[in-house]
Design a protein around this ligand. Structure first.
Ligand code: ZN
Length: 363
């Protein structure tokens, strides 16, 4: 039995395990065709390719093991054949890896598409712009057009034309920034300078409002600032009376603050209007009963007004016997302060987001 067994082993080794070269060549040729035809389109498929052909239990490793079954006289040719095949598979793998690298997009795998997006911070309109726009919108409905002019003015448009000649004591009411290089140039102290420019170029009827920034040499505090915003109005036509002035401003107050608000006019003095009046409204906080905001009077001042001084009309060649007009001016900060209870003027220009974002949603 022992002999037979040894003989059988001898047969098995030489009939089944000795690899003829032709067979090896044909087998490798088939593998090449299979590899060439392989559909490898994703990074995962590239990895599968590597495991199948180049892994530790892969085809290349296994076919290399066939060398020991090759007859001695063929070992050199078989070694060359197998090496070439190995190089072919390796270069094919590298090519596939490169071709699919663009698809790998490692970031894409790290992104969780179900996460909510980063919020985009939306800014808010500045409260002064909100209120300025509201004021402009109300007067536009009464037919007033918006006029604008330069912030650096000459003395004539800011003072002279407004019946404030040099050495006029009323100039002291408006501490002015002058431009050093041009002593007759200044930063406008009111938007009346825009009214001057309108009267210079237009003939009555004139109906404009002039919103804009103005400058005064004031010490900055909660109640005063070196710049603030005004909306001034001017209406010139035949037969314009004080009754028109009152009704126009009354309409404005009701639209701005509500129907229940009362108004009162107090006699006042401005060089460019005669007669002049300051207008108060009933306190929005206490409704007229008296509180800290209205200093216990029940009234708060909101604007100055009056009939345009005949001298101002004549300065622009407008016949003051034929035409009359009224003018008014208000501080946007003042209206905003009353509407939103902002008690420190400095907040408007500090750009503190905590302040500004309180006006989110106000249009
Ligand atoms: Zn009050």
């Amino acid at each position: 039995m022992a002999f037979i067994s040894q003989y059988s082993l001898f047969l098995v080794r030489y009939s089944f395990y000795l690899r003829p070269m032709e067979q090896l060549v044909k087998q490798i040729d088939n593998y090449r065709k299979e590899i060439e035809a392989a559909a490898v389109n994703t990074p995962e498929a590239v990895e599968e390719f590597r495991i199948k052909y180049l892994g530790t239990k892969g085809l290349v490793k296994s076919i290399m093991g066939e060398m020991k079954h090759v007859a001695n006289e063929n070992k050199k040719a078989a070694g060359q054949l197998l090496n070439e095949f190995k190089l072919f598979v390796e270069s094919k793998y590298e090519a596939l890896k490169e071709a699919n690298a663009g698809l790998q997009a490692p970031d894409a795998q790290l992104i969780d598409w179900s996460l909510p997006g980063d919020p985009i911070t939306v800014g808010t309109r500045h409260p002064l712009n909100i209120v300025r726009n509201q004021i402009v919108a109300i007067f536009k409905r009464l037919g007033f057009a918006v006029a604008e002019g330069p912030e650096i003015e000459d003395d004539w448009h800011n003072f002279g034309a407004m019946n404030l000649p040099e050495d006029h004591p009323a100039r002291d009411m408006q501490d002015t920034f002058y431009v050093n290089q041009h002593p007759s140039w200044l930063l406008r102290t009111h938007t009346s300078s825009v009214q001057a420019r309108v009267m210079e170029t237009q003939k009555p009827p004139i109906r404009v409002i002039c919103p804009g920034r103005v400058y005064r040499n004031e010490t900055i505090s909660a109640r005063a600032h070196c710049f603030f915003h005004q909306v001034e109005g001017l209406y010139i036509d035949e037969n314009v009376s004080f009754a028109d002035l009152k009704q126009t401003l009354y309409f404005f107050v009701q639209e701005m603050f509500g129907k229940s608000v009362k108004v009162r006019f107090r006699p006042s003095y401005f060089p460019f209007t005669e007669p002049s009046a300051e207008m108060d409204i009933s306190c929005l906080i206490c409704g007229g009963d008296g509180c800290n905001i209205c200093k216990h009077t029940g009234w708060v001042e909101i604007l100055g007004s009056g009939m345009v001084h005949p001298k101002v009309l004549e300065n622009f060649g407008i016949d003051s016997n034929k035409y009359t007009g009224f003018a008014f001016g208000m501080g946007v900060e003042r209206i905003t302060q009353l509407k939103y209870q902002v008690n420190d003027l400095r907040l408007y220009s500090q750009n503190d987001v905590r302040f500004l974002k309180q006006f989110t949603g106000v249009v």
